[in-house]
Write a protein that binds this ligand. Structure first.
Ligand SMILES: [Zn+2]
Length: 381
C-alpha cells in the first residue's frame, strides 16, 4: 500500500489519489450541507420480529460504516458487528435503546476491518458485561500486526496523533481530486460529500480505542435462545481469512459480514474460490432474508448470484494472463470488467470509479495470486 490511511478509504486513496507534488493551499473548506443529508448516519429498521438492521440509508461511502444486526434474545441483545468509530458506536447504542430496553449481552465481529470494529469500545462502555466474540483468526488480527495502528484497551496519544495525520493526508488527497478539471458533476458531488464525511469521521474517531475479543471460536458457536437462537460460523476463508457469519435458523435470516456488500463489493486481500464456496454454502441454507455487511436487506439471493458470477468472471479473466506470465499491474490494464461494472454501478460515474478501486484493482491482485498459487495475506487496517 503506497500510503497508509484508515482501512478502505486508505486503500482506495492509495490506489487513486496519492498524487505526487505539493498539495494546494487549504482554501476550499468542505461545503456546509449537513452530513445527515448524505445518508451517512446509520438508521435502524425492523427486518423481522426481534431482529433489526442498523445501516447507512445511502449505502455507498468511500469510508463506510459496517452494518449492525440487532437480535433480541430472552435475556439480552446480540449484535453482529459494532460500527466503524467511537462516534458511530455511541449512535449505535442510542439506536439499540430506541427499540429495546434489554442490555446488549454479546457483540459478534464478522471480520477485523475497522469499519466493523472501531465502534465496539463505545458499546461495551454502555454495557460493560457484553462479550466480544470473534473467530480465533479475526481475534489474532485484532490483537496483532493488522491493527497495530490502533490503541488497544485505552486511548493512546501517540497512536491517535499518527491516525489524525493519516486523516490529514486523506483530506489533502480529496482536495487534489477535486482540483482536477475533468470530473463529471456526479464525481464532483461525490468528492464533496466525501469531504463532509471525512470531517464527520474525524469527529467520530476522537479517543480511538480498539476493544479486543473476550471469547473466540474456530468453526462455530451457538448462542441458544427459545425464540432467537443464533449460530455463529466461520464459513472458511472468503472476504478475509477469519470471516464470521450469523445464521438465525428460526427466522431464516443470514448476516453475512462483508462476504456480501452492496452496491459495490469490496475485494481487498480476499480468497476468490473460497469466497464463492462460502456464498454457495450460505445459499444452500435458503435464507429468507440476507443482511449484508453494507447495503440494504435482501429478500432473495439474486445479488448473491451476481457476486458469485463477478468473482468467477474476474478469476476467468485473470488466470490465463497469470499463466502467460503477464504481471499483475499489466493484467489490470488488459482486463475488461465493464459488463460486470455496468451490472453493479449502472451508468453512475461515481460508483463506476469505486467499482474499479474497491473491486477490480484489489481483486485482480487476489485472483492473480490465486492463479499463481501464491499466498494471499491480510493487510493492515
Ligand atoms: Zn466493511
Amino acid at each position: 500500500m503506497a500510503c497508509v490511511l484508515p482501512r478502505v478509504l486508505a486503500t482506495a486513496l492509495a490506489a487513486c489519489l496519492c498524487l505526487p507534488g505539493a498539495a494546494p493551499a487549504f482554501e476550499n473548506p468542505a461545503p456546509s450541507r449537513p452530513i445527515a443529508q448524505d445518508g451517512y448516519f446509520q438508521t435502524i429498521a425492523r427486518v423481522d420480529d426481534g431482529v433489526w438492521l442498523i445501516a447507512q440509508p445511502q449505502p455507498f461511502h468511500i469510508q463506510p460504516i459496517g452494518n449492525v444486526v440487532v437480535i433480541e434474545q430472552s435475556d439480552g441483545v446480540v449484535l453482529i458487528d459494532g460500527g466503524g468509530s467511537p462516534g458511530a458506536g455511541r449512535r449505535i447504542v442510542d439506536l439499540v435503546r430506541s427499540v429495546t430496553g434489554k442490555p446488549v449481552k454479546a457483540i459478534a465481529i464478522t471480520h477485523w476491518h475497522g469499519d466493523h470494529v472501531l465502534g465496539v469500545a463505545s458499546i461495551v462502555q454502555a454495557w460493560p458485561t457484553a462479550e466480544i466474540i470473534a473467530t480465533d483468526v479475526t481475534a489474532a488480527h485484532l490483537r496483532g500486526r493488522s491493527m497495530k495502528a490502533y490503541p488497544k484497551g485505552a486511548p493512546d496519544a501517540a497512536l491517535q496523533a499518527a491516525f489524525d495525520q493519516r486523516l490529514d493526508g486523506a483530506e489533502t488527497s480529496l482536495r487534489d481530486a477535486l482540483a482536477k478539471p475533468d470530473l463529471s458533476t456526479r464525481e464532483r458531488e461525490g468528492f464533496q460529500a466525501s469531504q463532509r464525511l471525512l470531517a464527520q469521521y474525524r469527529e467520530d474517531t476522537r479517543n480511538l480505542v480498539l476493544a479486543l475479543p473476550t471469547r473466540t471460536f474456530v468453526e462455530s458457536l451457538k448462542l441458544d435462545d427459545a425464540t432467537h437462537p443464533v449460530e455463529l460460523r466461520h464459513p472458511g476463508r472468503g472476504n478475509t481469512d477469519g470471516d464470521l457469519i450469523a445464521w438465525l435458523p428460526r427466522q431464516r435470516v443470514m448476516a453475512t459480514g462483508d462476504l456480501l456488500v452492496a452496491p459495490v463489493p469490496f475485494g481487498f486481500n480476499a480468497y476468490p474460490a473460497q469466497w464463492q464456496a462460502a456464498l454457495r454454502a450460505m445459499q444452500a441454507q435458503r435464507p429468507s432474508m440476507w443482511l449484508p455487511g453494507h447495503g440494504a436487506p435482501m429478500r432473495d439471493d439474486a445479488y448473491v448470484g451476481r457476486v458469485i458470477e463477478l468473482i468467477q468472471h474476474t478469476r476467468d479473466a485473470v488466470a490465463p494472463l497469470a499463466k502467460q506470465g503477464v504481471g499483475a499491474d499489466a493484467a489490470k490494464k488488459r482486463i475488461d470488467l465493464s459488463a460486470d461494472r455496468a451490472r453493479f454501478a449502472g451508468d453512475d460515474d461515481w460508483l463506476k470509479r469505486w467499482f474499479d478501486r474497491y473491486w477490480t484493482q484489489p481483486f485482480v491482485d487476489a485472483a492473480y495470486r490465486e492463479a499463481k498459487g501464491e499466498p494471499i495475506e491480510q493487510g493492515e487496517g
